[in-house]
Design a protein around this ligand. Structure first.
Ligand SMILES: [Zn+2]
Length: 383
């Protein structure tokens, strides 16, 4: 199962009880944080205390987070990172931490040739480029010396395909990677370039395919003894009375690994989303920004954001099974219109609130909403 804890659904600034971006994806192998706006660590703490008080098993602790994925450098998505990393240090973290983000091609090339601390004064580099911010964070103490735990820093650039580089703030070195790094053991984590006013990407997290169900009745029906059935169940081919039996013949089709994608900020019509659709690689759940509704389509284009319908078109294009809207402008207090506009194009769609928990499993999808005292499932949020 994949479980997403949505901790901020407002764009740009807090509004109507909504905070800025940040979500935790809980996987069977650990937790992944996607974006980390201002004050996220406090929200995690409160959310986790609620989980505990309600007798739920899950906990969100920054010590459990192994990977931080940043979608872009706008401060509502990353202003909480350095305080979070410092709290991890104060809590005595000793496990390594991995951070990945997209940067501009100019800063990528500059760091590739001049190292992690190269001067990034080219006016073509956005002011909030993650590379610039990381240099600041390092100078403010985000290094092994100061933190006491290891951090792997990876940047990706999409200007010529997908280029990855590892940055080492301790030695100042930069290393171009021949293949994309393994960011997380236990799930495939991939960036998908999006279209925003600064370098940006969506991130998908996909679990390994699930082997098909073992057909024990078929094996028992052949009169096989326990030991033979056991071997077939473990995938070992056997021979019975001179007749070969192939283990694969006793298994149903494998099931595609569960997958969740978080869009970050983007305008509509993203080519990488269409490619996913063509490859049949759309996620089970797409969590997509929907800053505006139809009435502000012009604003969406001007600021390179999406309307609820743009989000629905993205879900359609990539073949996402379910769509969850997030990242609302402060002009949206009630998300009913966002939901109804998006549902015109993608029926299985709902709008997130801060504190929502979404469970994605082979049995389906469910959305749990905090009502002030506990979480209850919203019936028919998704089809
Ligand atoms: Zn934003």
């Amino acid at each position: 199962m994949l479980e997403v804890h949505v901790l901020g659904t407002s764009s740009a600034r807090p509004a109507y009880g909504r905070e800025v971006s940040g979500s935790v994806i809980d996987t069977p192998s650990g937790q992944i944080l996607v974006d980390c706006g201002e004050g996220l660590q406090l929200r995690m703490k409160e959310h986790s205390a609620r989980l505990k008080n309600c007798g739920m098993q899950q906990r969100l602790r920054h010590t459990r987070i192994r990977l931080l994925l940043l979608t872009h450098g706008h401060l509502d998505h990353c202003w909480g990172v350095l305080p979070l990393m410092q709290s991890m240090a104060l809590d005595g973290r000793n496990k390594p931490f991995v951070v990945a983000a997209p940067i501009s091609d100019i800063s990528f090339d500059a760091m590739l040739h001049g190292g992690a601390y190269v001067s990034l004064d080219d006016p073509g580099i956005p002011r909030v480029d993650m590379a610039r911010q990381w240099q600041q964070w390092w100078s403010l103490g985000a290094t092994i010396d100061q933190l006491g735990y290891e951090v792997d820093w990876y940047v990706v650039d999409f200007s010529t395909g997908e280029r990855w580089m590892r940055l080492n703030p301790e030695s100042g070195e930069s290393e171009l990677l021949e293949t994309p790094p393994v960011l997380f053991d236990g799930a495939e984590v991939r960036p998908h370039e999006t279209l925003h006013s600064v370098p940006s990407c969506a991130w998908s997290v996909t679990l390994a395919d699930k082997p098909g169900r073992f057909d024990s009745e078929k094996a028992v029906g052949l009169g096989l003894d326990d030991s033979a059935v056991n071997k077939l169940a473990r995938g070992i081919d056997i021979e019975v009375d001179g007749k070969p039996l192939t283990a694969a013949d006793f298994r149903g089709d494998s099931r595609k690994g569960l997958s969740v994608m978080i869009s970050g900020d983007t305008k509509g019509g993203v080519p990488s989303f269409m490619e996913l659709g063509e490859q049949g690689e759309g996620p089970n759940l797409l969590i997509h920004e929907s800053t505006y509704t139809d009435i502000k389509q012009d604003k969406a284009e001007e600021w390179m954001h999406s309307t609820a319908k743009d989000a629905a078109k993205a879900a359609q294009a990539m073949g996402a099974e379910h769509l969850l809207l997030t990242h609302y402008s402060s002009s949206i207090e009630d998300t009913t219109i966002s939901i109804s506009e998006a549902r015109e194009l993608h029926a299985s769609c709902y709008a997130a609130d801060d504190g929502d928990i979404i469970r994605v499993s082979y049995d389906g999808i469910s959305l749990l909403r905090w009502d002030g005292r506990g979480w209850s499932q919203i019936e028919n949020a998704f089809l």
